[in-house]
Design a protein around this ligand. Structure first.
Ligand SMILES: [Zn+2]
Length: 214
């Protein structure tokens, strides 16, 4: 069972500690260091907390993983990364899937395929992209789900519960509920991102429909 752990990012708290074992299989041999992008920060602290590193004002999470599980977690986290390029790519995947569904099940259907020309790339990308995003959600062993540096917290999803427990025990203070207060829903970025995605998807579909009519 995956575990979701809230972590406080506060320079007054002890630095983050990472278990010296693979988050997937638990092995302690041949471990390598993996970095996963957390997000951009506006003000860089002079001494970042343990297990965090900063390059060009982008903050990364650094933890140990075995070579057998490094590749899939790296690929999965890249697909789910919170960077402008990956946000755009995922948006294209979602729009493409909506278009693919419209073409397969919509009123004007497959007859429109030849007229679409280069636009056909979109539904194809969607049909490949969305399954790979679903794969990524299942395959990643350790993934930062949310990162809010200004309010001082992040959320990490661990695929394996025993590893999550180890992590909590090593970071009792930073993961305690006293230090990781929840934000009200309207202050969460995700709510507004979802709303924006919906509006943009609907606008794209209308635009696409108007193209098909000519
Ligand atoms: Zn492993």
């Amino acid at each position: 069972m995956p575990q979701i752990v809230r972590v406080a990012l506060d320079s007054n708290l002890p630095p983050l500690q990472w278990p010296a074992c693979c988050p997937e299989c638990g092995t302690t041999k041949m471990l390598e260091k993996m970095t996963t992008r957390l997000g951009r920060v506006k003000s860089v602290p002079s001494t970042p907390a343990g297990g965090l590193s900063i390059k060009n004002e982008v903050m990364y999470l650094t933890y140990f993983i075995c070579p057998d599980h490094a590749a899939e977690t790296r690929w999965a986290n890249r697909l789910l990364e919170k960077s402008p390029v990956m946000y755009l790519l995922r948006f294209i995947f979602y729009v493409g899937t909506i278009l693919a569904l419209a073409l397969l099940f919509g009123p004007r259907r497959l007859a429109n395929f030849p007229e679409l020309g280069a636009l056909l790339v979109l539904p194809v990308l969607g049909l490949v992209g969305v399954p790979s995003l679903i794969w990524a959600h299942m395959a990643t062993s350790l993934r930062p789900m949310h990162f809010d540096f200004e309010h001082g917290w992040m959320i990490i999803r661990f695929r394996q519960a025993p590893y999550a427990t180890k992590f909590r025990v090593m970071n009792l203070e930073t993961t305690s509920s006293v230090n990781t207060e929840e934000l009200p829903w309207f202050k969460r970025k995700l709510v507004w991102q979802l709303a924006l995605m919906t509006v943009l998807s609907v606008a794209m579909i209308y635009y696409f429909e108007s193209l098909v009519q000519f």
